[in-house]
Write a protein that binds this ligand. Structure first.
Ligand SMILES: [Zn+2]
Ligand SMILES: [Zn+2]
Length: 207
């Protein structure tokens, strides 16, 4: 695994360019090239969720001419920060992605491209963009639920207090179907029994 000794600064929120010229190097069947390094990508999105990368993406890719086109395969790894699904605080995730794509490099193979809409036909300049397949692989690895810690207590649904760092005083909403719902209705907000009207002469204790 290549080390990420690359210390070049990562431009904030800019998508770096990473294209590779397949032609003429990979024009012959069986020819291949290995690319390893770090892509200075600082963020990407999975839907509305922003994934922030402090050290970019380390990649190890292989481009290989299979006869009808060039197969891209390999792996990408990134340490990322995003928002906890429950409490919105920062959550760490480690992404280890498979990268795969297929590039048709010859006009004669248009028929194949029509059958396989995942194939990308290489343009006249012979270059292909490698950022998109890397990001596509990483997006698939972002878990549906991202937690800052396994037992994240989340936010109070009423006052939005972060229950990991504070307790709130919200009383749980009584369930109207609960067998004791009628009894709960006899209690005031502080949990004391409401005074019956005929006992109105009794003074309420006020501290
Ligand atoms: Zn959390
Ligand atoms: Zn609360």
């Amino acid at each position: 695994m290549e080390s990420a000794e690359n210390t070049e600064s990562i431009a904030p929120a800019a998508t770096p360019q990473f294209s590779y010229r397949l032609l003429p190097e990979l024009v012959d069947t069986g020819s291949d090239v290995t690319l390893a390094g770090t892509l200075a990508l600082s963020q990407f999105n999975r839907g509305a969720l922003q994934i922030r990368l402090s050290d970019g993406v380390s990649y190890n890719l292989n481009l290989s001419n299979t006869g009808t086109g060039v197969l891209l395969s390999g792996t990408a790894h990134a340490e990322a920060l995003t928002d906890c699904t429950r409490c919105s605080e920062e959550a760490k995730i480690s992404l280890q992605a498979e990268v795969e794509s297929y590039f048709i490099i010859d006009q004669r193979y248009h028929d194949i491209a029509e059958e396989d809409d995942t194939a990308i036909i290489v343009g006249r300049d012979g270059k292909v963009d490698l950022v998109e397949p890397i990001v596509a692989g990483l997006v698939l690895e972002v878990p549906f639920t991202v937690l800052c810690k396994d037992d994240c207590a989340g936010l109070c649904s009423r006052c939005y207090a972060n229950l990991n760092i504070e307790e709130c005083t919200c009383i749980e909403e009584p369930d109207p179907d609960h067998p004791f719902a009628a009894l709960l209705a006899l209690l005031d907000d502080e949990g004391n029994l409401r005074e019956a009207p005929e006992e109105g002469s009794t003074q309420e204790m006020v501290t």
